[in-house]
Design a protein around this ligand. Structure first.
Ligand SMILES: Nc1ncnc2c1ncn2[C@@H]1O[C@H](COP(=O)(O)OP(=O)(O)OP(=O)(O)O)[C@@H](O)[C@H]1O
Ligand SMILES: [Mg+2]
Length: 208
């Protein structure tokens, strides 16, 4: 979908930070047609679903239940935020989207990529991103930056082997559909990564 851009990468690679820096840059430079949002959550009902997903007490959550909750949150967030903004001709920049489900639930949890792709086709229909920015940094280095995983976050608390599968999962998706991704080396400083991100957006005509 034109004007719909998503940002992906393992936990702690800097997606949220880069989105915040980009928002600040856009505000300071008169780009008032950009909407910045995130998943899971991003709107009232969707945030309520996010709390259930990430609550560290929900250790017994079934993997498929988790996959459906992510999709449920996504449907609501599309309705509340993404669709209205795109209809108004705005550019929507979203922190995580379907590719997170593909790799975390499909490959990390082992539910199978095909099943999760199908579930998300039902959830999002034609609302697939024009392209996806992948912040490339392996999970060991990303967690080091964060000072370790946040154990109060149910997803981050999962063992390292899971996050390694997630990283390999992203790499597999990129190898299969390179035209859908812009891969950015995220191992440098926050400013270096931000400059690379802006370069991509200028090249793609999102920024002018
Ligand atoms: N290039 C960088 N160099 C050093 N530290 C960084 C860099 N980018 C982000 N950080 C720090 O790493 C931590 C994680 O960043 P951030 O929350 O943006 O990651 P994220 O990809 O959104 O993670 P999550 O998937 O958990 O939401 C933050 O403390 C942030 O300040
Ligand atoms: Mg984040």
């Amino acid at each position: 979908m034109r004007n719909f851009i998503t940002i992906e990468g393992c936990d702690g690679v800097g997606k949220t930070h880069q989105t915040r820096l980009l928002k600040q840059f856009c505000e300071e430079n008169g780009y008032n047609n950009m909407v910045f949002t995130r998943e899971p959550g991003g709107s009232d009902i969707a945030e309520q679903i996010r709390k259930i997903i990430l609550d560290a007490r929900n250790t017994d959550m079934d993997d498929l239940c988790e996959a459906f909750l992510y999709s449920a949150s996504r449907i609501q967030h599309l309705k509340d935020i993404v669709k209205p903004a795109l209809e108004q001709g705005k550019v929507v920049f979203c922190d995580r989207y379907v590719h997170s489900s593909y790799v975390y639930q499909g490959l990390g949890r082992g539910l199978g990529l095909e099943k999760i792709v199908l579930l998300n086709e039902i959830a999002v229909g034609e609302y697939m991103p024009e392209f996806t920015v992948f912040l490339d940094l392996n999970p060991e280095n990303a967690f080091k930056r964060k000072g370790g995983a946040d154990k109060t976050d149910r997803m981050e608390a999962v063992e390292q082997a899971f996050h390694a599968k997630v990283y390999q999962g992203y790499k597999k998706l990129i190898a299969e559909r390179p035209e859908c991704f812009e891969v950015i080396d995220a191992s440098g400083t926050e400013q270096q990564t931000q400059m690379k991100l802006r370069e991509v957006l200028f090249r793609r005509g999102v920024l002018r």
